[in-house]
Design a protein around this ligand. Structure first.
Ligand SMILES: [Zn+2]
Length: 269
């Protein structure tokens, strides 16, 4: 049984994880808006995309400011996208879940890093059909850190293969398979509408952090979700065979699912 002081420390850190996640989500909104538009994510400070007025610090409180302002800019009353508080809440909740699942371990750091990287990947790919190289490089830097820590200290980590080089196999095999798949779809459809190189590249950090088994499982699950959804959209005639749907969001959903279920999901099949 856990003693009371431990429970309250864990509760305190859980609240802290949630609040920090909300604030990081607020920064991710800036990334989602600016990275594909090639604007610096540091400067200028947050401004309304419509009237370009600088947003006051007190109007930048995650979720709460959106509710107080009723989803409108304080100056020009232009509506603010509901995606802003949604991204903040998703980030806050996933940070909280990661802490509740992994507690005071290295997995929490690795999980939170990967989740935080993948949220802008999903939203940017959904709108712009690209996965920016900046995010891939950020992922590779963090992924290398996780890989080195794993290789040196072998923490009990969710990728659960004890081999130090398992993450390297994961990185090469998952992105390699997707690269071959991208080449095949390119030659069949003769356009870029199929698999993009961004999808191939984002599996480099995913493989590095999840390791071989989980990265391949994540690839498999993303194909399944994409397949089922495309079939439904085709049946509903919301989609024709020529229309391109971004694959990135499926990779993100599958990978986040895998982070929380781990290899357990594998046993279902
Ligand atoms: Zn405005």
């Amino acid at each position: 049984m856990l003693d009371a002081p431990y429970v309250s420390v864990k509760l305190l850190f859980a609240i802290l994880a949630f609040i920090t996640g909300l604030c990081v989500g607020s920064f991710l909104n800036v990334c989602i808006y600016r990275i594909p538009r090639e604007i610096s994510i540091i400067f200028p400070p947050s401004e309304c995309p419509n009237c370009r007025k600088k947003i006051k610090v007190t109007d930048l409180i995650p979720v709460i400011s959106y509710m107080i302002l009723r989803g409108k800019c304080r100056k020009c009353k232009n509506p603010i996208s509901i995606l802003y508080p949604v991204v903040e809440l998703i980030t806050g909740l996933l940070w909280l879940l990661a802490f509740l699942k992994f507690g005071f371990t290295f997995e929490t750091v690795a999980a939170i890093f990967l989740i935080t990287l993948l949220i802008p990947v999903a939203f940017i790919d959904l709108e712009f059909m690209i996965i920016p190289n900046g995010l891939v490089i950020t992922g590779l830097i963090g992924g290398t850190g996780v890989f080195l820590f794993h290789a040196l200290y072998r923490p009990v980590i969710f990728f659960d293969l004890p081999l130090w080089y398992a993450p390297l196999i994961g990185m090469i095999s998952a992105s390699g398979i997707l690269f071959i798949f991208a080449l095949v779809t390119y030659f069949i459809y003769k356009n870029d509408g199929g698999m993009g190189m961004g999808d191939v590249k984002i599996f480099l950090p995913i493989g590095l952090i999840l390791g071989a088994r989980l990265a391949l499982l994540s690839l498999f699950i993303s194909f399944m979700i994409a397949g089922v959804l495309s079939a439904i959209l085709l049946i509903l005639k919301k989609l024709n065979r020529k229309s391109a749907i971004p694959f990135g969001p499926f990779i993100v959903i599958a990978t986040i699912l895998i982070i929380f279920t781990g290899p357990d999901l594998m046993f279902i099949y």
